[in-house]
Write a protein that binds this ligand. Structure first.
Ligand SMILES: Nc1ncnc2c1ncn2[C@@H]1O[C@H](COP(=O)(O)OP(=O)(O)OP(=O)(O)O)[C@@H](O)[C@H]1O
Ligand SMILES: [Zn+2]
Ligand SMILES: [Zn+2]
Length: 801
């Protein structure tokens, strides 16, 4: 027998399946979807078996060396889906397959066999276990036992295979150091130390400045100090250590209160009926539920899933990573209990693998997860659901650059089951498809509690400036926050961070501190007094003098969340504030902890970036403030108006969801912009019409398709030359009404020391575009292997920088 194998050699010249001979002892064992080890060139590599055949057109085939799985990790459907995914996104087959599987299956982890039964096993297996419950997998290879015996025992549930990754990853702990005394005692100790104890003094000085806890490793790196210096101060009991587990499974030992299906409102009922019908009749449609925030979309998802489970089928629910909050998880676990697997990035590799196994072994019927959960290896899907379908996080910004919506629809068609897209602000592309009848549109116009949407007040910040108010808070917002707090209620304040980082500039000469590796200003982080690059993680201390003119007048500018917090403390000193941004949520579990504190009313104000805009549901929040609604409008991104509208609608949905009425204050410099004005009127349909006109005029999606080719190289001339050549090739191969823009330098022309150029293609009908691009890029294969030239293609670009 012959196996067709896609090998793990990431090169486009190798992007095809190769035939291998299946040796005797693997005959009947190897099936499509299993991973194998095969000789390739002079080494052994991993590969996926994609098919079996009786003969090959090649002779002198090499032989499969090893089998990594005894049960296929990819189903036939997923094998086919991966082929399509690779071709659609112009990625390699191997990259597509690996994107569908948990990380653990990419590496070669040690395995072991565990016995699950007391009943006797076939003789060979009995002698392998030899009275033990667990044996290393290697012993199986050495013992020369027929693999089909093992496979059979696995199928019968008598034994199982473990990957030894779990204990190592989940139990990982990190050491933190913090002062164990008050700052003034540290200062005393500092003064008592002799000048020869320079290292100890440095370390103390650091904690006098920043008495917060810090990772031991970061501390050592930052101060260039040694473990023994730290130990000395630990012995003197000036510092102390603590151990923190990087991750604890938040759902462990947690009991979820069971919930029952609610009686649907008329609107919900009308939306639900055709979905139920599809589920019953095994028909595929794509439903777009356009429902205002709080209109009960989630209840519809839950009841659709209920029908699916009752039929013995399975459901996939995608939610944006950021709204995979305990609140969301609770709703699904509350309804379906242990039949739910949860997949999100905070899980360790071992835990992700465990959840994936529960799906593969049919222990669960429902998966709730972020983007990659769309590849869950279910075989009887009854529904696929995408909540907040407009979210950009459904697009993967790395090879394979796929959109989860496309994958979900393809799987829905394969399984002949409905796909439900839900949003209060559908993506323009989706709504346009619904208008054309490609998707079935359902509208939920009312909140289930029949409460009105909160009043949205626009504050023109130009008037504030004229009235002499230079602070980032308008008088109106300040008053409303004060009133809200004095009533014992809570407020959420949002800083639209993009375009608003704190950069450092010299007031004397205007010099801006930039990253030495990227053409982008460094961002000031007050806690650590460091300047950081958000693209490459470069860090340096905040300078005291301008590196260009030596002036002392070098200062940070802009209003990040830290500055917003400081300003707020000055303005409303009595307020208790929680700040949520990338800095305060970096540590695992921090996100949940902050939200819990806010829910427990340990703070009056939650302030933060976009991440607070979504999915949160707090009874006591009656005021939402948006600091600068227009900060996104001026970015070089044709979706900026859409994003602004979405953001304003999402945040306003956070206020007054329960008994108390809510209010929204939106500060802006352009209140007349249609995205802001129509958001304040909750008028999605008019926004849609207006924005469609704009897109038509300037020829952007959904009126055309885009493709983005980015070329980068450490050598500036090489990057420019390759981009030029690609643009020229494109012009020659596309049809006359297709537009090729570029090559132009990318909006960030240099990143991580690489110069970047781009070509954008705008097209309506270009059936051969993928193969043309493929051919063009193939010309650079050699160069890419030999130099550091990189070319990436995005057939559905969202990040235009
Ligand atoms: N038929 C119903 N009867 C009574 N209450 C309902 C009904 N459907 C939903 N609810 C309740 O209304 C509230 C809002 O519903 P849900 O969270 O499902 O709306 P949503 O559209 O998903 O909101 P968002 O887009 O803001 O996440 C929830 O507290 C939910 O329990
Ligand atoms: Zn950088
Ligand atoms: Zn200067």
């Amino acid at each position: 027998m012959i196996a067709n194998v896609i090998v793990d050699v990431p090169a486009s010249s190798i992007n095809q399946s190769f035939d291998y001979h299946i040796p005797e002892h693997f005959q009947g064992v190897i099936q499509p979807g299993m991973r194998v080890i095969v000789p390739f060139g002079s080494r052994n590599v991993m590969g996926f078996v994609t098919g079996l055949a009786h003969e090959s057109s090649h002779n002198k085939l090499k032989t499969i060396a090893e089998v990594l799985d005894l049960t296929p990790v990819l189903t036939d459907e997923l094998l086919e889906l991966g082929m399509w995914l690779a071709e659609d996104t112009l990625s390699l087959y191997i990259t597509a397959y690996q994107a569908m599987l948990p990380q653990v299956l990419k590496a070669n982890y040690k395995k072991e066999l565990e016995r699950l039964t007391d009943a006797s096993l076939p003789n060979q297996l009995e002698s392998l276990f030899a009275g033990r419950l667990v044996v290393p997998y290697d012993e199986l290879n050495d013992a020369g036992i027929g693999y089909h015996h093992v496979q059979k025992a696995i199928r019968q549930g008598d034994i199982t295979v473990h990957y030894l990754v779990k204990s190592r990853v989940t139990k990982k702990r990190i050491t933190y150091i913090k002062p164990s005394r008050d700052v003034h005692l540290l200062e005393e100790a500092y003064n008592d130390l002799s000048n020869r104890a320079k290292k100890q003094k440095e370390l103390l000085a650091y904690f006098i400045q920043q008495p917060e806890e810090i990772k031991l490793n970061s501390l050592l790196k930052k101060l260039g100090t040694t473990r023994s210096t730290v130990n000395t101060l630990l012995e003197k009991q000036l510092l102390e250590t603590s151990q923190q587990e990087i991750y604890r499974n938040p759902y462990d030992n947690q009991v979820f209160e069971r919930t029952e299906a609610l009686k649907l409102t008329d609107e919900q009922e009308k939306t639900m009926d055709p979905i139920k019908q599809d589920i019953k009749e095994e028909r595929h449609d794509v439903f777009l539920i356009h429902g205002v925030t709080g209109s009960g979309k989630t209840e519809i998802y839950l009841q659709a899933i209920q029908d699916v489970i009752a039929k013995g089928e399975e459901a996939i629910v995608l939610v944006p990573e950021i709204s995979l909050t305990p609140q969301m998880v609770k709703r699904f676990k509350g309804r379906f209990g242990s039949s739910v697997a949860v997949m999100h990035s905070a899980l360790s590799n071992g835990e992700k693998y465990d959840e994936w196994r529960r799906i593969q072994q049919k222990d669960v019927q429902v998966v709730v997860g972020a983007r990659s959960a769309v590849f869950a290896p279910f075989e009887n899907l009854g529904v696929l659901i995408i909540d907040e379908e407009h979210e950009n996080s459904y697009k993967q910004e790395d090879q394979p650059r796929y959109h989860a919506r496309d994958v979900a629809i393809r799987r829905g068609r394969h399984h002949q089951c409905p796909v439900i897209l839900g949003s209060a602000t559908p993506a323009l592309e989706s709504y346009a498809r619904a208008q054309k009848g490609v998707y079935q549109l359902a509208t939920l116009s009312k909140r289930t509690n029949n409460k009105a949407m909160p009043q949205m007040e626009l504050v023109d910040m130009r008037h504030e400036l004229h009235a002499g108010n230079r602070s980032m808070f308008s008088r109106s917002l300040k008053n409303k926050v004060e009133q809200c707090i004095s009533r014992g209620e809570q407020a959420v304040l949002l800083l639209n961070r993009r375009g608003y980082s704190t950069f450092v500039m010299c007031r004397e000469c205007g010099h801006v501190k930039e990253c030495p590796h990227c053409d982008i200003a460094l961002t000031f982080h007050k806690n650590s007094n460091q300047l950081k690059c958000h693209y490459c993680s470069y860090e340096e201390p905040m300078p005291t003098y301008c590196p260009s003119c030596n002036s002392e007048l070098i200062r940070f500018f802009g209003t990040g969340t830290q500055r917003m917090e400081e300003a707020l403390v000055q303005l409303i000193p009595q307020a208790r504030i929680l700040r949520m941004d990338v800095d305060t949520t970096r540590r695992k579990g921090a996100h949940e902890r902050l939200l819990n504190q806010f829910a427990n009313k340990e703070a009056d104000i939650l302030l933060g970036t976009q991440m607070i805009a979504k999915g949160l549901d707090f009874e006591n929040v009656t005021l939402v403030g948006v600091l600068t609604a227009d900060s996104m409008l001026h970015l070089p991104d044709f979706r900026s108006a859409e994003k602004t509208f979405q953001l304003l609608t999402q945040v306003s949905g956070r206020a007054g969801r329960h008994e108390l009425p809510g209010e929204v204050i939106v500060q802006t410099y352009t209140p007349e912009h249609y995205s802001i004005e129509l958001a304040s009127q909750y008028d999605y349909v008019r926004f849609y019409q207006n924005e469609m006109r704009v897109r038509k005029t300037f020829q952007y999606p959904p009126f055309v398709f885009l493709a983005l080719i980015t070329v980068s190289d450490e050598n500036h001339a090489a990057a420019a030359r390759a981009a030029q050549q690609i643009a020229k090739g494109l012009w020659q191969s596309v049809q006359t009404e297709t537009v090729v823009l570029g090559p132009t330098p990318s909006p960030i022309p240099r990143m991580k020391d690489r110069y970047r150029y781009q070509c954008m293609i705008k097209y309506k009908n270009e059936p051969n575009l993928r193969s043309s691009i493929h051919r063009l890029i193939a010309q650079f294969d050699d160069q890419m292997r030999k130099s550091n030239l990189q070319i990436t293609v995005d057939m559905q670009p969202y990040q235009l920088i």
